[in-house]
Design a protein around this ligand. Structure first.
Ligand code: PRX
Length: 624
């Protein structure tokens, strides 16, 4: 474990870290969770079955959330008002008068009942060197770190920047901040010095926590050096805590404070494997706060899906006996390219549920995930949500564990969630078999309250477009049966010859072509059709196909499955697509390339690999 030099294990008094937890609904475990928040005392005596409970969660949402909050959280001071929200003004207030500490809810509650249960399994980059940490150990580490921060002047209301790889000390740092009432600003450890500096300045942090070096996919990154560069343009930073991830010493300055390392004991436990980085919302809600608040064992995945080889995830599933695996379609598409043998090598019999998040999962990837990874026996749950929603809002099985699942559909609203579809005039669409702008008609506790330092932007972005509703920015289709399918960001809708179509729909068909590993569809100005269809295609490994042949195949597939008007006008082969570090295709960049507006590429700081953009630009120039 990470020992904080010179700090005691004295318990840090829980000060008021006023955060509202996202209710945790571990994929595939909702049966026991719902049973746990349905005791008679909750006032649901007459409600039988989860479908009825979901109904009640929307029709009588105040009593539902009040019961959940009372029964599943420990409060320092109980709340007197469940909510005081007004979506028409962007006013979001939950559990008024109540005080709780999220760190106490994630740690102390479980330490009292099951201290030796494994809280974290750290799947280190070096395959086979995983480490386990119990709730007791995690609480000790958190308290030590909380004490250390307080001793160095960090107080309630401060914002601490955490620039660390996904590791136990990063989790303890988040929980320590929450424990002492400080906010945390977790910056993905792959960001450049400039991107880090911008985020430190935005948060006005005086304290940064980092490690000497990061290790990911076998590559060493100089995190401390990046922090050194970043803080030169951050006058607010007074201190940088430095832990040792590797043995390589780093230059310390007067501003730096060292932390040391020793090893925790190993225990068994149930295992929730969300492979997101903690620098993203999925890591916050489904690696750290959600699992820990519910006493689960959570995996911290430090590596990449293809290091040291494309079997990494499934080897980890076998070794750590993972029960729920939660990942992103981009990784699934990447692994699919390498073939089934990397999956079949490993025992995946512990898997119960496979989750997907972050972007629409195309049919081919869904089927491969289900058939090959899950051996056809694990449900694939395509979960829709956003940073702004805090947690999953639409998912296939929120209430019925045996409910039908349609591939590629997020399906049904979660407890307390009331989605609506809007037409372009701002009217609610009431029928089924219809598409519209996805909005939420009522508030829920996990939703965002504001944008830091810019509340007006919060109101303008989310509440002004459809007054009285929270606007997600996504489009969705509601099927005849009432199931939801996310069609992508609304600005990813193109209009070809008067037909509006989501680019995701065309991509889904293109990705079904046996030669194609991945694609991105962009609209471009076309003087006859209004917009034309420009397709970027990444071929599967080892595939050799001429553009004319591929074009023939794609044309026939798209016209058969969608319509002739949606057929590609241009096909550009690419070795890879420009992606954010969380794996989303940067369509904005592709759009600018297609428009030949290279001046307008904009902020590339979240880009995973800048070389991908250069390749795309060159490929585009060749095509013209
Ligand atoms: O467009 C939707 C897409 O990702 C957006 C949210 O991105 P972010 O805030 O980074 O959060 C990612 C993790 C929740 C959404 O507005 N998205 C997310 N999940 C899905 C999805 N699109 C389709 N299907 C999903 N399951």
């Amino acid at each position: 474990m990470w020992l904080l030099r010179g700090c005691t294990s004295k318990y840090v008094a829980s000060s008021f870290g006023r955060r509202v937890l996202t209710t945790y609904h571990v994929l595939g475990r909702s049966r026991c969770n719902i049973a746990a928040f349905m005791p008679e005392a909750a006032g649901f005596e007459g409600v039988s079955g989860r479908a009825a409970l979901r109904e009640l969660s929307v029709s009588n949402s105040d009593s539902f959330w009040a019961a959940v909050a009372r029964h599943r959280l420990s409060w320092i001071t109980p709340f007197h008002t469940v909510q005081d929200c007004d979506l028409s003004r962007g006013k979001i207030k939950w559990f008024e008068g109540g005080k709780l500490n999220v760190s106490v809810n994630c740690l102390d509650r479980h330490v009292h009942t099951c201290p030796e249960r494994v809280a974290l399994i750290w799947e280190r980059d070096e395959r086979g060197s995983e480490m386990k940490y119990t709730y007791r150990e995690l609480m000790e580490m958190t308290c030590q770190l909380g004490n250390l921060l307080r001793r160095h002047g960090v107080k309630k209301g401060d914002c601490v920047t955490i620039y660390m790889p996904t590791c136990p000390l990063a989790v303890a740092s988040m929980l320590a901040c929450a424990r002492i009432g400080a906010a945390h600003n977790v910056v993905f450890a792959g960001f450049s010095a400039d991107a880090l500096a911008e985020r430190i300045r935005d948060a006005q942090s005086s304290t940064v926590i980092t490690v000497n070096q990061g290790v990911r996919g076998g590559k060493v990154t100089e995190l401390k050096k990046t922090v050194d560069t970043a803080v030169q343009s951050c006058p607010t930073v007074k201190q940088v805590f430095v832990a040792m991830r590797t043995e390589t010493p780093v230059t310390m300055t007067a501003r730096d404070i060292a932390m040391d390392e020793y090893v925790f004991s190993y225990h068994d436990g149930d295992v929730f494997g969300c492979v997101a980085d903690i620098g993203w919302i999925t890591g916050h809600s489904y690696v750290v706060y959600g699992p820990l608040a519910n006493g689960a064992t959570t995996v911290l995945f430090e590596s990449t899906p293809i290091y040291p080889d494309p079997g990494r995830y499934w080897d980890m599933v076998e070794r750590l006996k993972i029960n729920q695996f939660y990942g992103a379609p981009t990784a699934i598409r990447l692994l699919l390219k390498y073939g089934d043998k990397w999956v079949n090598k490993y025992d995946r019999s512990t898997l119960k549920t496979l989750g997907s998040v972050g972007e629409p999962i195309n049919t081919e990837a869904w089927e491969w995930y289900h058939r090959v990874v899950g051996g056809g026996r694990c449900p694939v749950v395509d979960t829709w949500w956003q940073t702004e929603t805090g947690g999953i809002c639409i998912a296939p099985r929120p209430s019925d564990p045996d409910a039908e699942i349609v591939p590629g559909m997020a399906m049904r609203p979660f407890f307390g969630i009331k989605p609506v579809l809007m037409d372009t005039e701002g009217e609610v669409l009431t029928s089924n078999n219809i598409s519209g702008a996805l909005c939420m008609a009522q508030p829920w506790p996990g939703m965002a309250r504001t944008i830091h330092n810019n509340h007006q932007r919060f109101i303008d972005t989310y509440f002004q477009p459809y007054p009285g509703y929270f606007f997600t920015g996504d489009g969705a289709y509601r099927s005849e049966e009432g199931y939801y399918q996310i069609t992508g960001r609304l600005d990813d809708v193109i209009n070809v010859s008067g037909h509006r179509i989501g680019t995701a729909e065309i991509e889904d068909v293109v990705n079904q072509c046996p030669a194609v590993a991945e694609s991105a569809v962009i609209g471009y100005a076309h003087n006859i059709k209004g917009q034309g269809v420009y397709v970027f295609v990444v071929l599967k490994k080892g595939v050799d196909i001429q553009e004319a042949d591929l074009s023939r195949q794609l044309n026939s597939m798209v016209s058969e499955k969608i319509a002739k008007y949606a057929c590609p006008d241009f096909i550009q082969f690419a070795k890879r697509l420009p992606k954010t570090r969380s794996g989303k295709i940067m369509r904005r960049v592709l759009r600018k390339v297609v428009e030949s507006d290279l001046e307008g590429l904009g902020d590339l700081s979240t880009l995973d690999d800048p070389a991908a953009v250069q390749e795309i630009i060159q490929g585009h120039e060749k095509l013209l």
